[in-house]
Design a binder for this molecule. Structure first.
Ligand code: SDX
Length: 394
């Protein structure tokens, strides 16, 4: 006896919570963080300002922003013993594996002091996670490329510090390129929250059990890694390399339409957007600006991506299914222009998504209707049967 429930695989018509954080109108292509249009935030705001907006509910005043930035800056260091942790990873470990493991391990450093029932303590955890994730990500990067770790430099901006920890080397001067810093800050803003996507739902689900926030965010990292979600940015560039040239695009479009072929156009389609993803519109433009301003010239993969988009959007299959490029279609091309290797793209997404994850985790814990997440199922297995002793089985 299962009782009454709705069968909804993939939860496409299930509202799992009430939320004040992010609004999406998928038909109109509208995305608002706490009511503010993504276009305005991407153009005029900074990532830390957006982080403060997401976790506190309103745009910070000047002094609130200074206080927030100061707190995040003070928490950027991670315990030195984490260095030993990284040594345990193989040199070619995927950086998302390192990120997921090390973010989860943070709970071991704060275990005795985490009290998720105390609002101040929850906020402290939120600040710690937002502050430390770039430090952990950059350490994973340095481990991957075999260079010494670079400590956080608190006089730098959040994004400047991230670039410095990624690219500074002891033997060289490293100057942060303001164009790169701004482009990266904008990408982080665009990824900061997206209501109940798979990784955020995972954070809420894990958090609903009373798990500590570091464990909940680690579970979000794990869910983000998949190629149908945040791993798509890495998959897009791999796909563009596989396609190779504009001439080969029609062949791959045909493959994407073939149900017997597992190939899908990575960076295309979205569960909610059935019009253009507004973030993709912004990124597409930034992509051109960044490539011009960084003087890297026209990236052949950008041209290939644009041609692919053009051919796909003229094809009945994609038009009928309302499949458009999503946030991840162009982001990889910018990351690449910034010198970030393909396998690190999803880590960049995770850094951007962290304020959204912690905001959603905090909101969930203060929701009076919050209960442990526990979907039901339609059982399709064997009917009741009798245990057969081993010696009688055939
Ligand atoms: C992100 O949810 C979020 O908000 C996520 C995100 C965020 O900010 O958190 O926006 C970030 O994850 C972006 C999505 C990145 N993933 C990709 O780019 C991977 C490629 N895209 C897909 O796998 C897919 O479109 C999803 C996962 C994004 C959406 O999957 P859905 O909603 O379950 O849609 P579906 O698979 O049921 O597709 C509907 C139809 C199917 O055809 P029919 O069976 O109806 O004939 O469209 C087809 C699909 O086969 N289809 C595609 C396709 N995506 C869907 N066909 C070819 N290429 C594709 N990419």
């Amino acid at each position: 006896e299962l009782g009454y429930f709705t069968y909804d695989p993939g939860y496409s018509s299930t509202g799992s919570c009430q939320s004040d954080i992010t609004f999406i109108d998928g038909d109109q292509g509208i995305l608002l963080y706490r009511g503010y249009p993504i276009e305005q935030l991407a153009e005029q705001s900074s990532f830390l300002e957006v982080a403060s907006l997401l976790i506190n509910g309103d745009l910070p005043t000047q002094s609130e922003l200074v206080g927030f930035e100061d707190s995040i800056t003070r928490h950027t260091m991670v315990n030195e013993s984490l260095r030993i942790f990284f040594n345990g990873f193989h040199y070619n470990a995927h950086p998302m594996a390192m990120l997921t493991g090390v973010v989860g391990s943070l709970s071991a450093f704060y275990h005795d002091t985490i009290d998720i029932n105390d609002p101040e303590n929850r906020m402290l955890c939120a600040h710690r996670i937002i502050a430390k994730i770039p430090t952990i990500a950059a350490a994973a990067f340095k481990h991957m490329v075999g260079e010494p770790f670079v400590h956080p430099l608190n006089k730098l901006s959040y994004t400047g510090n991230l670039l410095n920890m990624l690219f500074a080397r002891p033997s060289e001067d490293y100057e942060i390129n303001p164009v790169a810093e701004r482009a990266l800050d904008q990408l982080l803003i665009l990824h900061a929250d997206h209501e109940q996507n798979a990784s955020t739902s995972t954070v809420r689900m894990a958090g609903s059990t009373g798990a500590n926030p570091f464990a909940a965010i680690a579970s979000g990292c794990a869910a983000l890694w998949g190629p149908a979600h945040g791993g798509a940015n890495e998959a897009v560039l791999n796909m563009l390399s596989e396609i190779g040239s504009v001439d080969a695009v029609p062949k791959f479009i045909d493959r994407a339409k073939d149900k017997d072929d597992p190939f899908r156009l990575m960076g295309f389609g979205h569960r909610v957007y059935k019009n253009y993803d507004p973030r993709a519109t912004i990124i597409r433009k930034t992509c051109h600006d960044v490539l011009n301003e960084l003087g890297v010239g026209n990236d052949p993969q950008l041209e290939l991506a644009m041609r692919l988009e053009e051919i796909a959007l003229a094809d009945d299959y994609f038009v009928e299914r309302k499949l458009y490029p999503n946030v991840d279609f162009y982001s990889g091309i910018i990351y690449r222009a910034l010198g970030i290797p393909t396998e690190f793209f999803t880590v960049m997404f995770a850094i951007g998504r962290t304020p959204g994850w912690v905001a959603q985790w905090m909101e969930m814990l203060t929701d009076p209707e919050q209960r442990i997440g526990r979907p039901r199922q339609l059982y399709t297995g064997a009917a009741r049967r009798k245990y057969v002793p081993l010696h009688r089985r055939r």
